[in-house]
Write a protein that binds this ligand. Structure first.
Ligand code: AMP
Ligand code: MG
Length: 340
């Protein structure tokens, strides 16, 4: 549609309707728009437009069997997408929508197979970010949107990250500043007998279990096995990774040996641990005492590893509870070596 990507700057809280309308026009005309959500930036297209959806896969170089999340702005749009009776989903929808929780349902036949990677299920989320909400509303269609990064790279949490990966490929990029949560949505599969967590995210296991006490956590999320396909297609691929290898050290007792093995490697750790690594180059991920800062900074930190002059980076493992369980899920997938 355009030779270059159109960059549209907006106030994230009160986005200008002029900008939203311009971006919505692009969506309506089979184009692609990168936009901020409360989790990370998404790369959006009209979910019923197969050509536009295929363009999303092409731009990201995403494997065609890795399905997209469809974003909606009101509950009526669920009827266009979902076959199931929604009774099972009600407590989750009431508690977490709009917000960072994606739910998987049996799909309606009119949802293109391209969106769902060939599956009979569809992933749906209602975002709370004003820019995302308005864009979907004004486009008048649900928007299929994976994260707006090249496949395998860390997810984008600022417009600059999108520009670095996708400039010239996407028709427009709405710049609404940094995304507040910084971690992709929690994904829960409701299409099976038991509600099953497929991806931990900003809404924690502890919070979800308050509403869905029987939430199943598959072994692969606990590091015990490989994900099953087609339960969770996206989880099969290496993800979130900087170009440089990272070594994730989970067993503290092995840290000294790793430090000696890589004497020049920068160390990625929380602020509270900085003093343990006197004389080493440090990349601070946030504060253990404010773990949401670690989630918010995570992908920026992973991207910054590529700018440091070193062959490898060492990342210190974090306690796998609450939001840090989700952070560690991403770090395990980004790491080329995990020491536990
Ligand atoms: P992204 O939008 O890049 O954060 O990726 C979306 C994630 O949701 C991927 O890990 C997908 O595999 C997962 N996902 C999307 N749709 C489905 C589905 N129908 N069944 C299982 N997982 C899904
Ligand atoms: Mg992604």
């Amino acid at each position: 549609m355009f030779d270059l990507s159109l960059i549209l700057k907006v106030d994230p809280i009160n986005p200008s309707m002029e900008v939203i309308k311009k971006a919505a026009e692009i969506i309506k005309k089979s184009g692609t728009v990168a936009f901020p959500t409360e989790t990370v930036y998404g790369l959006g297209a009209n979910c019923f437009d197969k050509v536009a959806v295929l363009r999303v896969f092409e731009i990201k170089r995403r494997p065609p069997d890795n399905p997209l999340i469809v974003h909606i702005s009101d509950l009526q749009q669920l009827d266009l997408l979902v076959e199931d009776d929604l009774t099972k989903a009600e407590p989750l929808i009431e508690t977490f929508w709009p917000g960072p929780v994606t739910l998987i349902f049996k799909k309606k036949p009119q949802v293109p197979k391209q969106v769902t990677g060939g599956l009979e299920t569809v992933a749906v989320r209602m975002p709370s970010h004003p820019v995302a909400k308005k864009l979907i509303e004004v486009s008048g269609v649900p928007i299929a949107a994976p994260s707006a990064n090249l496949s395998g790279r860390p997810s984008p949490t600022s417009a600059q990250h999108v520009i670095d990966d996708l400039y010239g490929l996407v028709d427009a990029i709405i710049d609404g500043g940094e995304t507040p949560l910084g971690l992709e949505s929690t994904v829960i599969d409701l299409s099976r007998d038991e509600p099953t967590l497929l991806r931990p995210g900003p809404a924690t296991v502890e919070e979800i279990r308050k509403v869905v006490p029987n939430l199943r956590i598959p072994d692969f999320l606990l590091g015990k096995s490989q994900p099953e396909r087609p339960l969770s297609p996206g989880m099969m691929y290496r993800h979130y990774a900087p170009n440089k290898p990272i070594v994730l050290v989970i067993d503290e007792n092995k840290l000294d040996a790793v430090l000696m093995e890589y004497p020049d490697a920068p160390i990625v750790c929380p602020e509270e641990m900085a003093r343990n690594f006197y004389g080493r180059r440090l990349i601070i991920m946030g504060k253990l005492s404010e773990p949401y800062t670690i989630a918010q900074n995570l992908f920026k930190v992973l991207r910054s590893i590529d700018t440091v002059l070193a062959d490898v980076a060492i990342v210190v493992g974090l306690p796998e509870k609450g939001i840090l369980f989700s952070v560690m899920n991403r770090l395990r997938k980004a790491a080329s070596r995990v020491i536990e």
